[in-house]
Design a protein around this ligand. Structure first.
Ligand SMILES: *[C@@H]1O[C@H](CO)[C@@H](O)[C@H](O)[C@H]1NC(C)=O
Length: 213
């Protein structure tokens, strides 16, 4: 009886289970380590991919600048509201006050250019930094040289910023001005000068632009 009691008594499935649980937790730690390493590696690969894409896009924009061709098509597609205008080479052939811009060689993202008044039309209202740079290569016999950023809002014209310049001994002179303005939807901005025939119309010498802050 005692023997059978003893033999029937050791049903030790409980201690082996406890024993089996311990090695299981011991195995779980390397598994956790492995998963952590995989996660870290994957994060590294993702970050590396971002760095690669960022470098690639910046080299594309550098290449576009080297060619001297500013286009809204490739590198600035996902950027904010921005415009940087290249002068129209024949806009000085007729006497006018408003400079015209070459749409194909300009950078325009989420801003429209209206050729007829020669104005940038705001599509998204907000605070903008607006700038203009003009190089004068000739004097005017009577009037002072200036460039004005003119705003047209619901038929009302207003000068936002004006810079005066004076030529010494007929050498070219570059004048730059820029400022922050709150612009409304459909507001039109153009650049008036004393006379467009006095202006040097090289891409790098005369420009007009803006970007949203
Ligand atoms: C800007 O020039 C245009 C002509 O191109 C003229 O009609 C307009 O009055 C000028 N605006 C200002 C504020 O000088």
């Amino acid at each position: 009886m005692i023997n059978t009691y003893h033999t029937s008594l050791p049903p030790p499935p409980v201690p082996p289970r406890q024993g089996a649980h311990r090695p299981a937790t011991g195995r779980a730690t390397p598994l956790l380590w492995f998963l952590s390493v995989v996660m870290v590696l994957q994060m590294g690969v993702t970050f590396g991919g971002f760095v690669y894409l960022f470098r690639k896009s910046s080299t594309i924009s550098q290449a576009a600048e080297k060619v001297g061709f500013l286009s809204g098509s490739v590198p600035f597609q996902d950027s904010g509201v921005v415009a940087h205008m290249a002068p129209e080479s024949d806009s000085g052939s007729f006497t006018s006050k408003t400079l015209k811009w070459n749409r194909a060689h300009s950078l325009l993202v989420k801003v429209t250019y209206l050729y007829t008044p020669g104005a940038l039309k705001i599509l998204i209202p907000g605070e903008y930094y607006v700038y203009s740079q003009v190089t004068f290569s000739k004097m005017h016999p009577k009037a002072p040289l200036f460039h004005s950023i003119v705003s047209r809002r619901s038929m009302e014209n207003k000068v936002l910023l004006r810079a005066y310049a004076s030529l010494n001994n007929e050498k070219p002179l570059t004048s730059f001005q820029g400022g922050v303005f709150k612009l409304e939807k459909d507001e039109e901005l153009s650049l008036n000068v004393t006379d467009t025939s006095l202006v040097n119309l090289e891409v790098t010498s005369t420009t007009f632009g803006l970007f949203m802050l």
